[in-house]
Design a protein around this ligand. Structure first.
Ligand SMILES: Nc1ncnc2c1ncn2[C@@H]1O[C@H](COP(=O)(O)OP(=O)(O)OP(=O)(O)O)[C@@H](O)[C@H]1O
Ligand SMILES: [Mg+2]
Length: 258
């Protein structure tokens, strides 16, 4: 049994089939690439899996359990965490506060403990700080932990978005364009982070990304989508040479070679 099974997923927006009878699996321990031209339906697939939109039809099974259409916080509790195409962080807080907030969301703190700043509350705060710093260290972000989030370079913001998603201790991580817009050095650092998350934390990932060089470098397997439908599935080498994939990208005038 695969970790995640997406079966005949379909999502209509009015008359548009953004995702059209789309099926794929994510296996334990793998990094799966989900590629396709602009508007192909990749983010909509993520939105349906993570509960932001209920699918029009089709099913999503996680560890064999039907999780189709559950609310986002319930999906997150089941162990699926995601990052967003546009990073949403608390700009006016230090970077580490974003990660600490993610820890808070998982624990129901008593209002009284918070209000009276009890020793239990202070102890929990210290634990969260320690855990957040450990996570940031692991992702090579410790140096910016106390810096103002809004002023961080793009690469660090994207890295911090990943740290926030990992604070939920996911069993599957969905990354929406984790390297898009980065300079080559930032891309290299983010690629290393992605490999480390799989190798050291054992978290499998689905990676939506336009940077083909990065996709080919980190993914074990790739699924290609166009107009909401799967057009190919295979190893990076198979996908690189696949005619339908090349044509989909040529048709969209995107640079497949980047
Ligand atoms: N909330 C929405 N309401 C209406 N149409 C939407 C909505 N979200 C996405 N769409 C449409 O669904 C289609 C697929 O969009 P989606 O964002 O999933 O594509 P994508 O593959 O992630 O593209 P990109 O690579 O540009 O991020 C597009 O035609 C888009 O305009
Ligand atoms: Mg998208």
């Amino acid at each position: 049994m695969a970790l995640l099974e997406v079966r005949n997923l379909t999502k209509h927006f009015g008359g548009l089939a953004a995702v059209d009878d789309f099926s794929f699996d994510v296996r334990e321990g793998e990094i799966l690439g989900l590629i396709g031209p602009n508007g192909a339906g990749k983010t909509t697939v993520f939105n349906c899996i993570s509960g932001y939109f209920p699918p029009t039809s089709g099913k999503v099974f996680f560890k064999g359990e039907d999780v189709t259409g559950l609310a986002p916080h319930k999906i997150a509790k089941k162990g699926i965490s995601r990052t967003f195409q546009i990073t949403s962080l608390f700009d006016y807080f230090p970077a580490v506060a974003n990660v600490i907030t993610a820890f808070h969301l998982q624990v129901k703190a008593s209002v009284l403990h918070t209000f009276f700043n009890t020793s239990r509350y202070r102890q929990q705060e210290a634990e969260f700080m320690e855990k957040a710093m450990e996570l940031m260290r692991m992702l090579g972000l410790e140096e910016i932990a106390l810096e103002n989030t809004g002023g961080l370079p793009h690469g660090h913001k994207r890295g911090l978005g990943v740290a926030v998603a990992l604070a939920c201790q996911p069993k599957l991580l969905l990354l929406d364009e984790p390297v898009t817009g980065m300079n080559p050095e930032e891309v290299r650092v983010q690629q290393d982070r992605i490999r480390k998350i799989r190798d050291e934390l054992g978290v499998p990932m689905v990676l939506v990304e336009h940077n083909m060089r990065a996709v080919m470098a980190v993914c074990d397997r790739i699924v290609a989508v166009n107009f909401g439908k799967q057009i190919a599935e295979g190893s990076p080498e198979e996908i690189r040479d696949n005619r339908d994939v090349i044509e989909a990208y040529l048709g969209s005038q995107e640079d497949y070679a980047t």
